[in-house]
Design a protein around this ligand. Structure first.
Ligand SMILES: NC(=[NH2+])NCCC[C@H](N)C(=O)O
Ligand SMILES: [Mn+2]
Length: 316
């Protein structure tokens, strides 16, 4: 039996629109409306955010509020490391996707000898760096942080010295080494990338299961192939960004993209993947109820959360 711990990270500092910090509470409202006892079953830990930085002027155009993001990542890192050392299975409910880097750093720090694979279910590759970002929004950068990639080959921006200093500090949280190899990332439904990200995907041969392939082969087959792709990894982290779901449905998120997964595909995919015994942490991010109507996104996201957790509980 896995001992599940809910981790709540109400950060929205690294998103381009305001409101993702309210995603966790929107999930709770959805749970109450659906009369589910989910949130009474697990004890949550609250990780301190740095959303107060949003009131300040931003001094880092190529990595907005990187000083605050650095703090939050450290907080997430410390929490997840301790939970993993204690043998807990963290289910992380987070706002903007940048904090997934802190989660990965924590998992790695607890078991540095174990090769860590990542299944990234998302519309975006989140492989940018301050040198390549089109927006300066750091939720587009977590996978570069943990792979310790600068991608100077695709350099478009001139980040300030202070930005680079913080960026280097972020890449060193949990140690001066890459926490994952980019080859050990599997993308599912990634469909909105920029050129610098395409360069890295090509360079490292990062596998992406496109939405079309998910539909043609079916979810079970994709889950099997994704896990098979990570056969050399000892542990696996799954990151579920709700914008992986099609923009027709996922309006309550900061960066919706068409041609995404259906709700059923998202639910069964996560429920299937989490059955693998190597999976040691699951995360859901980017619900933003302020962009939504009638809390629709959170209701869907809650179904994904509940079904995935049930699958985890039933299969251990
Ligand atoms: N986690 C996310 N929603 N990421 C969106 C990133 C979008 C775009 N690639 C950017 O860097 O701005
Ligand atoms: Mn994302």
């Amino acid at each position: 039996m896995r001992e599940i711990k809910l981790v709540e990270v109400r950060s929205e500092l690294a998103a381009g629109t305001r409101g993702a910090s309210m995603g966790i509470d929107a999930l709770k409202v959805a749970s109450l409306d659906k009369k589910s006892s989910f949130f009474t079953q697990f004890e949550p830990i609250n990780v301190p955010d740095a959303n107060n930085y949003l009131w300040r002027d931003n001094e880092f155009p190529n990595a907005k509020h990187i000083d605050g993001v650095y703090q939050v990542l450290n907080n997430v890192f410390n929490t997840v490391e301790l939970l993993r050392l204690d043998g807990k299975f963290p289910i992380v409910l987070a706002g903007d996707h940048s904090t997934a880097a802190g989660t990965i750093m924590g998992i790695k720090a607890a078991h540095p000898e174990k090769r860590l694979g990542v299944i990234w279910i998302d519309a975006h590759a989140d492989l940018h760096t301050p040198y390549t970002t089109p927006s300066g929004n750091m939720h587009g950068m977590p996978l570069a942080m943990v792979s310790r990639i600068d991608n100077l080959d695709s350099k478009l921006n001139e980040p300030s010295e202070k930005t680079i200093d913080y960026w280097n500090r972020i890449k060193s949280i949990g140690g001066d080494f890459p926490k994952i190899s980019p080859k050990d990332i599997v993308f599912i439904s990634v469909r909105d990338t920029e050129e610098p990200e395409n360069y890295l995907i090509e360079k490292y041969g990062i596998k992406n299961f496109e939405t079309k392939e998910v539909r043609e082969k079916g979810v079970s087959k994709i889950a099997e192939e994704a896990l098979q792709h990570l056969k050399s990894c000892d542990q696996i982290y799954i990151s579920f960004d709700v914008d992986s779901i099609d923009s027709n449905i996922s309006k309550g998120t900061g960066t919706p993209v068409e041609n995404g997964l259906t709700v059923d595909e998202a639910i069964s995919l996560n429920a299937e993947l989490i059955k693998d015994k190597r999976v040691c942490c699951w995360e859901i991010v980017e619900v933003n109820p302020t962009l939504d109507s009638e809390n629709a996104m959170a209701e869907i996201a809650f179904d994904v959360l509940e079904t995935t957790t049930n699958s985890l509980v039933e299969n251990f």
